[in-house]
Design a binder for this molecule. Structure first.
Ligand code: ATP
Ligand code: MG
Length: 346
């Protein structure tokens, strides 16, 4: 059996640096490593509609934005199949059968669903589609027989839910589905990058993001306004690293060569942290360093995006080709599922 990746993003906005360190950067590395037999990247428009039912235009427009972000970061349609979820009707059929394998109380216990319901003020009136999206996500993953799902930490309960569905299906009907594994970023700070406000996870829906396509002056403004240690008032005061967003971002983004280029007085991040904790290192200096690191990381991505934006029909053509290819694979899985369930009558 091959090694197969399925992962993706909801087209609810442009992609941000949290997506980059949480999943996108890894996908590009895995794609280029040649270690996987197939890589499927899904733009989850149908899932995005589960909490944006009144705003289909937002979802529609952001399909293009997400596709542009993908290619700008180095996803290559020659190596990875990029497709649009709603164009694969087999996913609905799979979800329909998986719904019988999950209880309402199990969905209610899903911690990500719980916190997302709270975030969206859905407590009184949860759309059924939103409540059941973990089931449709299980369909997405299993339709492509994915062995590996590279995602951020917020997705852990989703993958667990999928694993339970696969186990139940295979036990009841026979081994038709592949059991997937989550692949989290190795670096702790990348698993759930906080927003620039330092409060919650960076999220399109919360407006606390630095976008991959952000212009240089905006990046700088956002970095300079970032949350640090509120008790670090004078430069001479000792500062805290834990919960200090600027250091969390440095953990996620900075490479040894950044010190050589922008901060040669320090050998590495540990030295910089130690100085901050001792006292004598100001927030502004650290923020300027982070700004340099982010500018260097984002500049090539932004430039590639500007090139790609010149030929939008080519992007849609790529998505059409990817969706056609993806549908063939999902159709085969659906056939396997129906055979296992013995509902292939004719
Ligand atoms: P929404 O608010 O619409 O849910 P989002 O910003 O949470 O948007 P998703 O499309 O739900 O983005 O997530 C896409 C992928 O990016 C997932 O693998 C998720 O784990 C990862 N991801 C999202 N935000 C972060 C973050 N702040 N840090 C690390 N990974 C993240
Ligand atoms: Mg999300």
């Amino acid at each position: 059996m091959g090694k197969i990746i399925l992962t993706g993003d909801r087209p609810t906005g442009k992609l941000h640096v949290g997506h980059y360190v949480g999943s996108l950067r890894r996908r590009v590395e895995l794609q280029n490593s040649g270690e996987f037999d197939k890589i499927y990247i899904m733009i989850a428009d149908a899932q995005a509609l589960t909490d944006n039912a009144d705003n289909p235009e937002k979802v529609r427009q952001n399909i293009l934005e997400v596709a542009l972000d993908y290619l700008s970061c180095g996803l290559d349609p020659e190596k990875s199949t990029i497709f649009i979820q709603s164009q694969i009707p087999e996913l609905c059929e799979l979800s329909f059968y998986y719904m019988n394998l999950v209880t309402v109380s199990r969905l209610q216990r899903n911690p990500t669903v719980k916190s997302e319901i709270q975030m969206r003020n859905f407590e009184a009136s949860i759309p059924v589609g939103f409540f059941t999206y973990p089931i449709s996500q299980a369909a997405d993953i299993t339709a492509f027989k994915a062995t590996t799902v590279p995602v951020g930490e917020d997705q852990m309960p989703m993958i667990e839910q999928t694993q339970e569905i696969v186990h139940k299906f295979n036990t009841v009907y026979g081994e038709a589905l592949v059991q997937p594994k989550i692949m989290l970023p190795e670096n702790d700070s990348c698993r759930r990058l906080p927003g620039i406000d330092g409060k919650a996870k960076m999220s399109k829906s919360l407006g606390n993001c630095i976008y991959l396509s952000e212009e240089p002056d905006e990046i700088k403004k956002k970095v300079m306004s970032m949350y640090t240690d509120p008790d670090h008032i004078k430069i001479t005061d000792p500062g805290k690293i834990e919960g200090n967003t600027v250091f969390t971002y440095l953990d996620a983004f900075c490479q040894p060569e950044h010190f050589e280029r922008y901060l040669p007085d320090y050998a590495n991040l540990d030295e910089l942290k130690a100085h901050y904790q001792r006292g004598g290192l100001g927030d502004v200096k650290v923020k300027k360093f982070l700004n340099n690191v982010l500018q260097e990381t984002l500049e090539p991505i932004r430039n590639r995006r500007k090139e790609l934006e010149k030929d939008i029909p080519a992007i849609y053509e790529m998505l059409k080709k990817g969706s056609e290819e993806a549908e063939k694979v999902a159709a085969q899985t659906l056939a396997d599922v129906k055979a296992a369930m013995k509902i292939n009558y004719f």
